[in-house]
Design a protein around this ligand. Structure first.
Ligand code: IVH
Length: 692
């Protein structure tokens, strides 16, 4: 810091050529951030930002330092070459340096073409010459490691470190089950195998579950978890078989060459007992490399481990030797990455979306950011609890993630970047779409709009449900027709259906005179219904067909249900707190009552339900219907049984009194026979019901 302050003084002496005070402040901020992130990453093994974000700030600092070289001080993070080995692990000097490879920044097919062009140019191959042969592999997202075998026995294992000197992690590596302690078959006297230590996705999930259960910090991703375990000081901790290894090359090899091609080396390594990923291909020319890159993106999510790209290598070792190196990177290899799946951005606002079912979903409005190959501006926040668990405030910087076709997610908040003014999110107590009251469903932690019949967001679903077979059963009023009616602005609520004119329906696409009249007729027919169907048709959350029936039987009028208190609702069979509250909320909305009133005013009517009979043979007995009955539909038979106080179950158990079997009855009939449940036909059922 004092360097910069001194420079500030100097600057005042030379205001024309030097950086401004703002730039100096910026440099200081960048260095503080990079130092913090470096420490989190390399010392604590718990990074708080994605690599892409580190790189972005790093590059911004490099740019300023290049513009103002007087700001380049030895303590700048840009002047550090790789991370220093941790003092608590011994150091190992690599016999052959562990190089890194050139990374293509073009995520498209062009990246493969650019690499091929460089290779051909360096080898002096003209266009008319044949295609270069390559070995294409996955780019594992883990840690590079060098395994040294002398006379077939593992003697040491080291991390890459700065490429020349790494850390001795032999004790931990010995605990990785997939790494052979002794080589199989015929091997050279000295062999160094290089590859990646990774953690499988399922192991990562399990470890994080354990961490959560113990209230300990979770790992950010499998690579960081792998780094943490690999560099553990106590090998017993690493020994839990949770790290894995894939070989992708060699270091020092004494004696005879293993093979003449890179693919040959991989095959040899596999033969010596090393895991080598089967997703590798020998191909000719850049088009095939680009195909491999695309294929990798497709299978990425299905792989048991994470990859961040693919790697291309010139297959012939002779050609590799002729290509050599440029600025410590081999000319014969390159990494072709996938766009980063994580990025940092700012949550500028939290909006509410109301879904078809009335669920209120908070959505983060993000400062647009490029992630997973696209620019995203929104991410779902699921519900209130999710926001609470993240500790998210409006204005916060967050890490967002988009993997494959998965919906973008806010992964975590970066509290160290919280600006002075942030705002807490509050779930609205009225629906932003229709103004009805909202209520929190404790069972699924969701907040919902209670204006089911009235809310424009729920219109389509409400209408489709209202017209469905077990509700008001309006034949022909499916999703497509509802869509057409809504698009033409002909209906808003179910009550509007009863005001539709034939001419209006005929104006819709795919409707003629006949089909319009058919629909009008079906609507007319639905006016005469039953109270249970009517209640079910309202689409009250948690009120299914059987609860609707219980409510109808219990209260026997819509008026009585509307007025029922929670206590009274709880008296109904199978109605618990959640259902009672949902019903109460629904009828508390003036909007919903208006729609019900207009439905009744439009002539929707039902006979008063008969009191449940108890003085007959079937009352209280449980029936199961199976197969096709000769004269009655399943629904008709069920209605007749229910009207007499019987129960109708879906599966056969010891508690079943009668199974009514029709034609082609299947497993339910068999079950009845095996349990000794009485099996009767339609005729016998009618007799029991007294409706012969
Ligand atoms: S070859 C000289 N092959 O990616 C070539 N590297 O800089 C050395 N990586 O840190 C690397 N998968 O740890 C190679 N199939 C693969 C790889 C791979 C992952 C890592 C490696 C290194 C970085 C490349």
């Amino acid at each position: 810091m004092s360097n910069i302050e001194n420079m500030t003084m100097d600057l005042f002496a030379e205001p024309v050529t030097g950086p401004s005070v703002d730039v100096i402040e910026q440099v200081r901020n960048y260095r503080d951030l990079l130092n913090l992130w470096n420490y989190e990453y390399y010392v604590l093994d718990t990074p708080s930002v994605p690599d892409a974000e580190y790189d972005r700030v790093f590059q911004a600092l490099v740019a300023i330092e290049n513009e103002f070289p007087q700001l380049k001080t030895p303590d700048s993070p840009t002047q550090r070459v790789g991370g220093e080995a941790r003092s608590d692990l011994e150091k190992i000097t690599h016999a052959v340096p562990m190089l890194s490879i050139h990374t293509e920044t073009d995520f498209s097919r062009g990246g493969a073409q650019a690499f091929d062009e460089r290779v051909r140019k360096a080898m002096g191959w003209t266009e008319s010459m044949s295609a270069v042969q390559y070995c294409a592999e996955l780019k594992f997202d883990g840690l590079a490691i060098n395994l040294r075998y002398v006379d077939g026995v593992l003697v040491s294992a080291a991390t890459r470190g700065d490429g020349l000197v790494g850390e001795d992690v032999t004790a931990n590596v010995r605990t990785i089950r997939s790494i052979p302690l002794r080589l199989q078959g015929v091997y050279p006297p000295v062999l160094e195998v290089r590859g990646e230590v990774i953690m499988h996705k399922k192991d990562f999930e399990r470890i994080n579950e354990e961490q959560r259960a113990k209230d300990l910090k979770t790992f950010v991703n499998p690579r960081n978890a792998a780094a943490g375990f690999l560099r553990q000081l106590d090998p017993k901790v690493t020994a839990k078989r949770r790290l894995s290894f894939y070989a992708y090359g060699v270091g020092e090899v004494e004696g005879e060459a293993l093979a003449t091609t890179h693919a040959g080396i991989l095959d040899r390594l596999q033969g010596l007992g090393f895991p080598v990923a089967k997703e590798r291909r020998v191909v000719d020319g850049w088009e095939a490399l680009a195909d491999f890159h695309e294929w990798g993106a497709e299978i990425r999510e299905t792989l048991p481990f994470e990859i961040d790209g693919v790697v291309y290598k010139v297959n012939s070792l002779a050609e590799q030797a002729s290509l050599g190196f440029i600025s410590r990177e081999p000319r014969w290899a390159c990494a072709h990455k996938y766009p980063p799946q994580e990025a940092v951005t700012v949550v500028e606002a939290i909006d509410i979306q109301v879904g078809r079912t009335g669920k209120l979903t908070p959505v983060a409005r993000l400062r647009p950011v490029f992630v997973g190959g696209v620019t995203i501006a929104n991410a779902t926040l699921h519900n209130e609890d999710f926001i609470g668990e993240l500790g998210l405030m409006i204005g916060d910087s967050v890490v967002v993630r988009r993997a494959g076709d998965v919906i973008p997610e806010v992964v975590r908040v970066l509290p160290e970047r919280r600006p002075e003014h942030v705002e807490a999110f509050v779930m609205p107590d009225v629906c932003p779409v229709c103004g009805s009251e909202t209520f929190r469903d404790e069972e699924d932690k969701d907040t919902r709009c209670t204006g089911g019949l009235f809310c424009p967001a729920q219109r389509k679903q409400a209408l489709v449900h209202f017209a469905s077979r077990l509700a008001l059963n309006i034949d022909g009023m499916g999703e497509k027709v509802v869509d057409a009616l809504l698009n033409a602005d002909l209906v808003k609520t179910p009550a509007d259906l009863y005001q539709l004119l034939p001419l209006e329906i005929m104006s819709l696409e795919r409707f003629g005179e006949k089909s319009a009249m058919n629909l009008i007729e079906a609507i007319e027919k639905s006016r005469q219904t039953t109270l249970n169907r009517f209640i079910y048709a309202l689409g009250i959350r948690h009120v299914g067909e059987s609860t609707a029936r219980d409510l109808a039987m219990h209260f026997r009028s819509i008026d009585a249900i509307q007025k029922a208190t929670i206590e009274e609702l709880l008296m109904v069979r199978d109605v618990g707190e959640v259902i009672a509250e949902s019903i109460r909320h629904f009828f508390d909305q003036a909007h919903n009552l208006e729609v019900i009133d207009s439905l009744i005013a439009s002539g929707v009517a039902w006979p008063e339900p008969e009191a449940i009979a108890t003085d007959n043979e079937v009352a209280g007995k449980t029936f199961v219907l199976t197969g096709t009955l000769p004269t009655l539909s399943r629904e008709e038979a069920k209605a007749m049984l229910l009207a007499k106080g019987a129960k109708v179950a879906g599966s056969v158990s010891k508690k079943t009194n009668y199974v009514v079997a029709g034609e082609a009855a299947g497993s339910k009939l068999e079950k009845a026979q095996s349990l000794g449940v009485q099996v009767i036909d339609e005729q016998a059922m009618k007799k029991l019901l007294g409706v012969d």
